[in-house]
Write a protein that binds this ligand. Sequence first.
Ligand SMILES: NC(=O)c1ccc[n+]([C@@H]2O[C@H](COP(=O)([O-])OP(=O)(O)OC[C@H]3O[C@@H](n4cnc5c(N)ncnc54)[C@H](O)[C@@H]3O)[C@@H](O)[C@H]2O)c1
Length: 270
Amino acid sequence: MSHNLLKGKKGIIFGALDENSIAWKTAERVHEEGGKFVLTNAPVAMRMGQINALAEKTGSKVIPADATSIEDLENLVDQAMEILGGKIDFVLHSIGMSINVRKGNHYTDQNYDWTQKGTDVSATSFHKVMQTLYKKDAMNDWGSIVALTYMAAQRVFPDYNDMADNKALLESIARSFGYFFGRDKKVRVNTISQSPTPTTAGSGVKGFDGFISYAEKMSPLGNATALDCANYTVTLFSDLTRKVTLQNLFHDGGFSNMGVSDAVMETFTK
Ligand SMILES: NC(=O)c1ccc[n+]([C@@H]2O[C@H](COP(=O)([O-])OP(=O)(O)OC[C@H]3O[C@@H](n4cnc5c(N)ncnc54)[C@H](O)[C@@H]3O)[C@@H](O)[C@H]2O)c1
């Protein structure tokens, strides 16, 4: 199913860890739509190794970068422009990590060094990526930058822990930086608020199985899959959405506007 929506466009895709990753599916779909890109992930994720298979499949180069390191990001952007032969049209930030979640620390009992690290990786890194692109004037006019987020930024999901706060900051950074990127470089910046999705990051959240089933029952269209998310991202990278910016775009089968559904009510009525 290719429409050549991204023919001639060049980009950077962060966060493809394995074939379940939202970034992995996005890379595959962008490739099918004619886009060219560099893949990147944290050096530690490289050692786990699967990204090379994706690079081969999509004819891409892999450049390791810790998204919290300005030095790594500067090197990444310079190399990406060299490899792709010019400025960048699209960027996907698909990065999230909370050490408190990983280690099972409750929201009310955080280790603040871990909290800070999680914020740096999951939210501030988005600012760092954009600041690096902005200072290097690396984005083409009418380029598009997308980051992935979750509705715990607006509503309470107790087990999402400190990631909820990280996502609130991430969405704010998208708006704040998006203003300057739009005004100065005609580049749009949006976040996609995605349904719960079975990936390494997603499955790390306590009670994820219950969580994903509940969202499925609540959403009139059912949960959006990683592939659905990849397709939506392709539209945001394409020229068909040039005036969409500073938005947090819910991509969740309708979940975010539901109060209750028949399917959920059934489990409470005898
Ligand atoms: N899975 C879900 O339920 C869900 C729902 C909504 C939003 N999201 C968001 O989607 C994005 C992608 O996550 P995913 O679900 O595909 O999981 P994933 O685990 O496949 O991807 C997370 C990625 O972040 C990368 N990463 C971690 N630390 C990094 C660092 N310092 N520098 C560079 N990269 C780093 C990891 O290596 C990994 O590739 C995240 O922002 C996540 O919060 C996920």
